[in-house]
Design a protein around this ligand. Structure first.
Ligand SMILES: Cc1cc2nc3c(=O)[nH]c(=O)nc-3n(C[C@H](O)[C@H](O)[C@H](O)COP(=O)(O)O)c2cc1C
Length: 169
């Protein structure tokens, strides 16, 4: 049994929907490979994700919004809290990054990539960035509904990661 850990933070709902889509995609991939019982999918909000969860997993999805050109504070705190606790203990494992953004997302994506390079994780694909077209204060503070086409991109990335984990790639 392998475990896929999906760590997410979301303030207005977009990244949460993206994390859930990645979980659906991973479950579908395990079913398509006829290995539904070989993959455990653990969704954890960033504030509840700890070193034990990281160490118990063989693959990771990190999913959060971009805030002020970097990762949201709760997601950054997750990395700060756990970085040295698992350094040199998770290297070589695969990961994927999902970023929700108003109009950019590249700063947060770069930050996740740098942190995961430090952990020596392997990206299965470039980060998926979903731009919600939120730029005014009212748009940014509003609850978000991620378009289906973007959720499909998140499902596909979750599926790719699960497939690689189950096939031992
Ligand atoms: C304080 C704050 C700062 C933000 N800064 C950025 C930014 O630098 N770049 C960007 O593209 N979006 C920015 N946004 C917009 C959010 O990334 C966007 O609304 C995203 O969809 C939120 O995801 P969530 O619904 O998962 O919380 C910011 C939002 C907030 C609240």
């Amino acid at each position: 049994m392998k475990q896929l850990l999906i760590v997410w933070h979301s303030r207005t709902g977009a990244a949460q929907q993206m994390a859930q889509a990645a979980a659906r995609g991973a479950a579908s991939a395990a079913a398509a490979l006829e290995q539904p019982d070989d993959l455990r999918i653990e969704l954890r909000r960033a504030q509840d994700a700890d070193a034990d969860a990281l160490l118990a997993s063989q693959g990771f999805v990190f999913c959060a919004p971009e805030n002020l050109a970097s990762l949201s504070g709760e997601m950054k705190e997750f990395f700060d809290r756990n970085y040295y606790a698992v350094l040199d203990r998770i290297q070589g494992l695969p990961y994927a990054a999902l970023i929700s953004a108003g109009s950019d997302g590249s700063g947060a994506a770069r930050q996740v990539e740098r942190i995961c390079t430090g952990w020596r994780l392997t990206a299965v694909a470039p980060a998926v960035i979903v731009n919600m077209g939120a730029q005014t204060a009212a748009q940014i503070l509003a609850a978000k509904t991620v378009p289906t086409a973007d959720l499909v991109r998140c499902e596909e990335l979750g599926g790719l990661l699960a497939g690689m984990m189950l096939m031992g790639a």
